[in-house]
Design a protein around this ligand. Sequence first.
Ligand code: ACM
Length: 262
Amino acid sequence: MKVAYAQMEPLLLEPEKNYSGAERLVKEAAEKGAKLVVLPELFDTGYNFENKEEVESVAGQIPDGPTTEFLIELARSLDVFIVAGTAEKDERGGLYNSAVMVGPRGYIGKYRKIHLFYREKLFFQPGNLGFHVFNIGIAKVGVMICFDWFFPESARTLALKGAEIIAHPSNLVMPYAPRAMPIRALENRVYTITANRIGEERGLRFIGKSTIASPKAEVLAMGSEDSEEVGVVEINLEVAREKRINEMNDVFKDRRPEHYII
Ligand code: ACM
């Protein structure tokens, strides 16, 4: 099975232009054989908002909003699954930094970012849906967003819930995740797909370097720091299903939660 990140440069407050940019990249990934494509965090709206009104002006409902509708149509036409970060406005006006998963047969589900980073706390409510793993038939895919990586409990929870792949839409500004994500993959024996963005918004620079890591901590693909591009790799889910490290150790069965502080 082939999976991909689509590393792009979303334009702030320009959803229609961002749909076009995403469409071009997801199409390229699909043409290269990817069945699952991950887009960055807030791919539709950009990131560095000045105030809540700006977020409100571009956020939409999930699934009954324009971004989910656009993604559903794209997934249908290309016969792929897509995980994409988007600004969500719920029925009561609550704003979330969310990710949506869609496939060839339509809407599958959503995740709301649990660990909000820095000024995101001024605009968004923290996620209230928990960490979720979507069984899409060809794989079990867990979703977390950007800064969630900093809390190893996020990836661990998804792995314990059965994720074989962690889809990780991101807008990274700190330099650490490309080095840390292979370790998240290793300690949980999962594949990770970090789809980051590039460019600069109002003085905030994003680091690119989207990363696909294997359960053995291999970096299977890494993006540049400054180009829109896709990374497409072949993965073997059997490797992610094998939680034994040797005949006597198993990363799940050897856990000793009675000694851990939660
Ligand atoms: C981040 O969570 N966007 C750094």
